[in-house]
Design a protein around this ligand. Structure first.
Ligand code: G
Ligand code: G
Ligand code: MN
Ligand code: NA
Length: 254
């Protein structure tokens, strides 16, 4: 497969990029941080989304060095933004299952933080509910080690997996991200409004901040805010953009 070949060469050829999607304090700001999202600038196919190449990277194990690069690059970017005065911004990084299972993960993260002189609590690790549930006890152990070191943890794509309430209570996460599948139907579908309300209530009970992802309409924005959602992310407020665009627009980014 040609794509597989290209994937191995892409790291060396420096074809990977991170774009950053802003996260806003509800309802409309300020920006509290960004989610780092991986892109592959393929020489022939153009900009490729992770959906195209991440399954392949996961299958071949390339996701481990690639994921380590993502962590390091996110820390470097954080340090650059901090030098420019944006010391309140956090950066969230997505971890794949294989990456999360690496015994060296904690050391890798701590090394990057130290190398770039970045405070641990400005880095958020997004772990999907499904990844966390793959090996629940081990997930608690790894996340406890990381959060003890000050790094923040976030449960991504929440609502799509099968975690029990007792398990959620044990996970040392600081926030929960409502999967955009629930947000999408918010205004038109009564069931999803009920589910979103229940997720927010659950998060409050567990002392977790709630992030809604995939916010695309003003109606969703208003409803989520009213329900007590802390943070909003989505095309309505801000698309994933390059660091160059963020630097040129600063806090007026919207
Ligand atoms: O940015 P986009 O919508 O194309 O992302 C598609 C999927 O890829 C999302 O599920 C997102 O979480 C995931 N993703 C984006 N960047 C990364 C990354 O750096 N590492 C991992 N493991 N997943 C990522
Ligand atoms: O699974 P995860 O939450 O990491 O996925 C993040 C991806 O969701 C990003 O890659 C981004 O491209 C996509 N995304 C972000 N905001 C929106 C939105 O408002 N609508 C849709 N459809 N996708 C979004
Ligand atoms: Mn995510
Ligand atoms: Na998500």
């Amino acid at each position: 497969l040609q794509l597989m070949n290209d994937l191995w060469l892409a790291t060396e050829r420096k074809e990977f990029r991170l774009v950053y999607q802003p996260k806003f304090q509800a309802p409309a700001g300020p920006i509290i941080g960004f989610e780092a999202l991986l892109r592959w600038q393929h020489p022939k196919r153009g900009m490729l989304s992770p959906d195209i190449f991440l399954p392949l990277a996961e299958k071949t194990g390339l996701i481990v060095p690639l994921g380590n690069w993502v962590i390091d690059e996110a820390c470097r970017q954080l340090s650059e933004w901090r030098e420019q005065g944006n010391i309140d911004w956090s950066v969230a990084v997505n971890l794949s299952t294989l990456q999360f299972e690496q015994p060296s993960l904690v050391q890798t993260i701590m090394d990057s933080l130290q190398k770039h002189g970045v405070p641990p609590d400005t880095l958020i690790l997004e772990v999907t509910e499904t990844t966390a549930m793959t090996n629940p006890d081990e997930s608690v152990r790894v996340l406890t080690e990381l959060t003890d070191a000050g790094v923040q943890a976030s449960i991504d794509d929440f609502g799509t997996g099968y975690s029990s309430l007792l398990y959620l209570k044990r996970l040392p996460a600081c926030e929960l991200k409502i999967d955009r599948a629930f947000v999408r139907e918010l205004s038109s579908d009564g069931d999803d409004a009920t589910i979103v309300s229940a997720i927010i209530a659950l998060a409050k009970t567990l002392n977790l901040k709630v992030v809604a992802e995939g916010v695309e309409t003003a109606e969703q924005q208003a409803f989520l805010t009213e329900l007590g959602c802390n943070t909003l992310q989505g095309y309505l407020l801000g698309r994933p953009v390059t660091p160059e665009i963020i630097s040129s627009q600063g806090n007026t980014l919207c």
